[in-house]
Design a protein around this ligand. Sequence first.
Ligand code: NAP
Length: 305
Amino acid sequence: MSSTWHILGAGSLGSLWACRLAAAGKAVRMILRDDRRLQAYQRAGGLTLVEHDQARQYAIPGETADAPGPIHRLLVACKAYDAAPALARLAPRLAEGAELVLLQNGLGSQDEVADQVPHARCIFASSTEGAFREDDWQVRFAGHGFNWLGDPANPTLPEWFDDLQDAGIPGQWTVDILTRLWRKLALNCAINPLTVLHECHNGGLLEHLGEVEALCTELSQLLHRCGQPEAAQDLGEEVQRVILATAANYSSMYQDVRANRRTEVHYLLGHACRAAARHGMHLERLERLHQRLVDNLRARGLPSD
Ligand code: NAP
């Protein structure tokens, strides 16, 4: 098996992982969207990672999905809504037993990807690291965090796991990856949509704590019904802690909306509402929140799915 890391998506997280792996001497190849993006990437000479105001460029080779050669190890670092269509194009290149690491936030995209690549192993990741694009092919490492990785279908540690430690990527293997993804999704549902609707930073929600608490009650009911009681534990308390600890920050959904970018709502609040409907649950506040958010996004001319 080749030990090359193919990385789909030269955006914030994809570049952050690519540069650290390359710095540790691992073989890395970037997969760009199309020939136009590949040419722009090649003209730039690679990816630049900025950390503590120090910029360093890495001349990581690039290619498109149509390049020849099998892929054994793939980090999927695009947005949740781009993941399944991107994998549909790449599927013919995936070797038997290929391993994918899915960095997407929320839930739902992982299963969409798995449907496209039944012959591959899909490893789910939940990341609290923070990075943003300062420019094309230039990413700033903005917030140190942690990465949880796991495979709900197979608890065996992948043989490349030490590559993460070698590259200084903080991570741990967990058999409870779904619990972590559900917990993060619930935190997101309780905070992010309200920051868009009230047009405020996270701390602005301190004026709407009644609304936040009522949402947490419904989210906890949903998590229990979905077989995720651990993800429901003290959810309300943690949501309040996060609001206080990040009071001055703007949520990722708020930032997407302000920048006129498509949000990942379909895989966050949308996923929660679909799960509730599947279980025949009527969660009035969650459904109303979803409807208000969809109306708000449509009024701004943004996709609501
Ligand atoms: P991003 O900066 O928007 O990067 C996404 C990249 O995917 C873009 O470079 C885009 O290409 C590329 N892409 C999309 N479709 C593609 C295709 N078919 N082939 C090749 N490349 C393709 O997104 P991000 O912030 O890294 O987020 C990625 C995921 O990680 C999201 O689910 C996000 O919620 C999650 N996450 C992000 C952070 C963070 O700090 N950024 C933290 C935790 C979790 P173009 O450049 O051509 O548009």
